[in-house]
Design a protein around this ligand. Structure first.
Ligand SMILES: N[C@@H](CCC(=O)N[C@@H](CS)C(=O)NCC(=O)O)C(=O)O
Length: 362
């Protein structure tokens, strides 16, 4: 039996897993998550409707792209998407968290405010590949309801939209300058950070037609990077830059993460600590309530997702594992990009992610 990727062209995290499989040279078959697949595979194994899900050739079920990637990093031979040197590895882990857990904000805004009809049809194509275009649109509109409806929870509202657009355009400009010099974030080989960014920057911000037009117009080199990531020409090829270089062209991108995402995550961490004091022994809920955030100086509120802290914890754990010159090099990098808050980030407890669920380490 081959590895099976249950994923869809319109799905953010399916794009991340697929691009990784193609570069890593993983043999797989992709199948659409139709209602039958949700009923027979996804719900019984994962407990909630979510994609992508991978069934390995050995019969193991994997969810969450980070777990999927880490599984194949262990199982498959060949070069790794994790840089081995400290600054590159830390920056790659942080940018994975930034792509996965923060750029979903512009991704969802642009999809639902500029590509609504296209997205409905795409949801319909996923659920009922054989139906007529009209039927797909109707069904897609029904099925997309909860996704479109999640915009306020993600922090997309009338006040924040202009800031989300200004922030995204500035990010595109920064990345465009970076990709003028480098094929990927850290050289000629894609890293786990590239896979974090490709999720939002492919399905929503490149493949959705109106978003793709914006990317091509404002940042053609970002669009080229997207194509490099998703149309893999030479699997397992490329190298990370020598001397543990984190190109200065990435500093503005890291700085944006430190200015926007990290302060929000500090608030989420405080809420998690508070919640844990009152709910000893329980699994954390998916959302802890609304928390402050700001983009381009415009403040609002969005749901506090403890899962985002698990993603951040990966980078924090790596930082904590370092000592001596390696630690000093990472500290200097963080100071250069305004990331002092990560040097003693107050995560009130350890998070685990096992059996497809977020938990608290005992
Ligand atoms: N962090 C996860 C998230 C997966 C995810 O959010 N998938 C979206 C589609 S791209 C979904 O199915 N959302 C429905 C839900 O989570 O309820 C990953 O890396 O796989």
């Amino acid at each position: 039996m081959p590895n099976i990727l249950y994923g869809a062209p319109l799905s953010l995290f399916s794009g991340k897993a697929r691009a990784y499989f193609d570069w890593k040279g993983v043999e797989y078959e992709e199948r659409l998550p139709t209602p039958d697949v949700y009923r027979d595979v996804i719900l019984p194994n994962i407990g909630r409707p979510v994609i992508p899900v991978v069934q390995t050739s050995g019969g193991e079920i994997l969810q969450d792209t980070t777990c999927i990637i880490d599984h194949f990093e262990r199982a498959e031979p060949g070069p790794s998407v994790y840089p081995e040197t400290p600054r590159q590895r830390l920056a790659a882990l942080l940018l994975e968290c930034f792509g996965d857990e923060w750029l979903v904000i512009p991704a969802m805004h642009y999809r639902w405010h500029y590509n609504e009809d296209f997205a409905y049809s795409e949801f319909g194509k996923t659920a009922a590949p054989g139906a007529s275009a009209e039927e797909q649109y109707r069904l897609g509109k029904e099925r997309a309801g909860p996704f479109r409806g999640s915009l306020p929870i993600l922090g997309v509202n009338d006040e924040t939209v202009p800031a989300i657009e200004a922030g995204y355009e500035a990010l595109l400009a920064d990345l465009d300058s970076h990709f003028a010099e480098h094929a990927f974030l850290f050289g000629t080989r894609p890293s786990i950070g590239d896979y974090g960014l490709i999720g939002p920057l492919y399905a929503h911000l490149y493949r959705d037609p109106a978003s793709g037009e914006i990317m091509e117009r404002l940042a053609p080199r970002v669009a080229k990077w997207v194509r490099r990531m998703v149309n893999v020409e030479a699997p397992q090829s490329g190298e990370f830059l020598p001397n543990d270089e984190v190109p200065e062209t990435l500093h503005p991108v890291l700085r944006r993460m430190m200015e926007e995402q990290v302060p929000h995550l500090q608030g989420v961490a405080r809420m998690l600590g508070e919640w844990a004091r009152q709910n000893e022994g329980n699994e954390p809920p998916r959302g802890l309530g609304m928390a402050d955030f700001a983009i381009e100086g415009i403040g609002s509120q969005r749901m506090a997702f403890p899962f985002s802290l698990w993603m951040l914890q990966r980078g924090l754990d790596y930082l904590a594992s370092l000592s001596g010159a390696d630690r000093a090099a990472c500290e200097a990098l963080l100071r250069q990009v305004g990331g002092e808050a990560l040097l003693n980030f107050d995560l009130p407890l350890r998070l685990t992610f096992e059996n497809h669920r977020l938990g608290i380490a005992r």
